[in-house]
Design a protein around this ligand. Structure first.
Ligand code: NZQ
Ligand code: ZN
Length: 389
């Protein structure tokens, strides 16, 4: 096990009806806030009314900024920063999914900074302060409600880059599984793929003697497989939605990665796909993750065998252990298909004429390699993308 620091300061307020507490919780940090959302689902579901009523009851003034799109854009972040400065807002309240939360995180970093917020994402500056952030989560997926990451798309060149700093962690996250009943099966599945990917990015490691977190990861994956199948068939099954929602947070608040060195190559490759083609992050991962596994499993065969045997109940093949690992990858792909996810670039609707550009862009200017199980060059990334066709 590696040495580690673990700090997950986000206060989680979980369960039925908990969104009614948003006003009182926000009031602990601010009197005037930016209310940030996309505009679609929260208005249809009535959540917008509940949140604004709770803010009014608590005496919290708010200025609104809707319009966040999946793969949130830098231009809206800049608009949010300007609004916060103009109205002297003290906090950003995100009501929505990972895209809204990430946009809120970027706004919160940009307000006290004298330069352009993109400097942080482009590795040109390190943030020193941020406004506080609160979250009302509507989709279990990105784990942004308690993570240190924010991922923003710069329309100038279509760069989708992430920033990992402790300052990004929200002060609180309100999570009512009932708010996820309205998720269509496709978004439920995209979220499940992302949650499982966050676990697997940490699970596939070259670090040894990490038995506790191995088993926590395996348990979380098994629970996700079971509950995703239920939630897709029964969208208003509270128990299944609740398991998924909590799994989404635990998958990405770093608990499952303690003492390990995660890989993250699949995520970095997927970001290039969603940057250019604006596909859902989870759907992109359903395509990239199996391809990454096929390309890399021989470099860490033991862990891939462990994954097959313990997560997918594959019989160990004593004559040809590689077949055991392969069967684990096949069952993951089958599961993705079963929940309606694409497993090839073609099924995702992504043509194969810009693979080299994506492979080149995945190797950010400040990186010498991508991934930890095997250090990928852009040539390796291109091979993964070709396997994903
Ligand atoms: O915009 P609305 O109308 O709300 O529709 C959204 C959107 O179309 C819909 N949705 C959300 N809650 C709903 C709902 N529809 C019905 N009922 C509800 N309750 O779902 C769609 C996707 O929303 P989005 O916020 O984009 O999803 P997600 O949470 O998957 O976030 C994806 C973004 O997060 C980034 C991704 O790259 C992507 O940009 N990530 C952020 C991470 C982080 N900050 O830690 C880590 C992840 O690896 C990921 O990269
Ligand atoms: Zn992800």
């Amino acid at each position: 096990m590696e040495n580690f620091e673990f700090c997950s300061p986000t206060k989680i307020i979980f369960g039925r009806g908990m969104e009614s507490r948003v006003g009182a919780e926000t009031k602990k940090y601010a009197n005037k806030v930016l209310l940030h959302y996309s505009g679609g689902s929260i208005k249809k579901s009535g959540l917008y009314e509940k949140v604004t009523q709770s803010l009014r009851e608590a005496g919290v003034e708010f200025v609104e900024l809707g319009g966040v799109q999946p793969n949130p854009r830098l231009s809206l972040v800049r608009e949010g920063i300007a609004l916060c400065r103009e109205h002297k807002l003290e906090m950003v309240l995100a009501v929505g999914g990972g895209s809204v939360i990430d946009s809120a995180k970027a706004i919160a970093l940009g307000v006290p900074y004298s330069g352009d917020v993109w400097d942080f994402f482009a590795n040109r500056a390190v943030p020193a302060e941020a406004l506080p952030k609160g979250v009302v989560l509507t989709i279990p997926a990105a784990g942004s409600e308690a993570s240190k990451s924010a991922v923003i798309t710069n329309e100038d060149g279509w760069y989708k880059w992430g920033l990992n700093v402790e300052l990004n962690r929200p002060q609180f996250a309100i999570m009512n599984p009932e708010l996820t009943f309205t998720l269509p099966p496709y978004q439920t599945a995209c979220g499940a793929v992302d949650i499982m990917a966050h676990i697997m990015e940490r699970y596939f490691t070259n670090v040894t003697d990490v038995d506790l977190t191995d088993r926590l990861c395996e348990g979380a994956l098994k629970s996700m497989i079971r509950n995703t199948l239920i939630a897709i068939k029964e969208p208003d099954n509270y128990a299944a939605r609740a398991e998924m929602m909590w799994a989404g947070t635990l998958a990405h608040n770093d608990l499952l990665g303690t003492g390990r060195i995660g890989d993250w190559a699949a995520h970095m490759i997927e970001q290039e796909i969603s940057a250019i083609y604006d596909v859902a992050h989870g759907a992109g991962l359903a395509v990239v993750f199996p391809a990454w596994m096929k390309y890399t499993f021989k470099r860490n065969l033991n862990t891939f065998i462990k994954f097959a045997v313990r997560v997918w109940d594959v019989d160990y093949d004593f004559d040809q252990p590689e077949r055991t690992a392969w069967e684990g990858i096949r069952r993951l792909e089958d599961f993705y298909r079963q929940i309606g996810m694409p497993v090839t670039l073609a099924e995702l609707g992504v043509p194969d004429d810009r693979l080299e550009e994506m492979a080149r862009k995945a190797m950010k200017p400040w990186l010498t390699s991508v991934g930890a199980v095997s250090q990928f060059t852009s040539e390796d990334i291109l091979e993964v993308l070709k396997l994903a066709r």
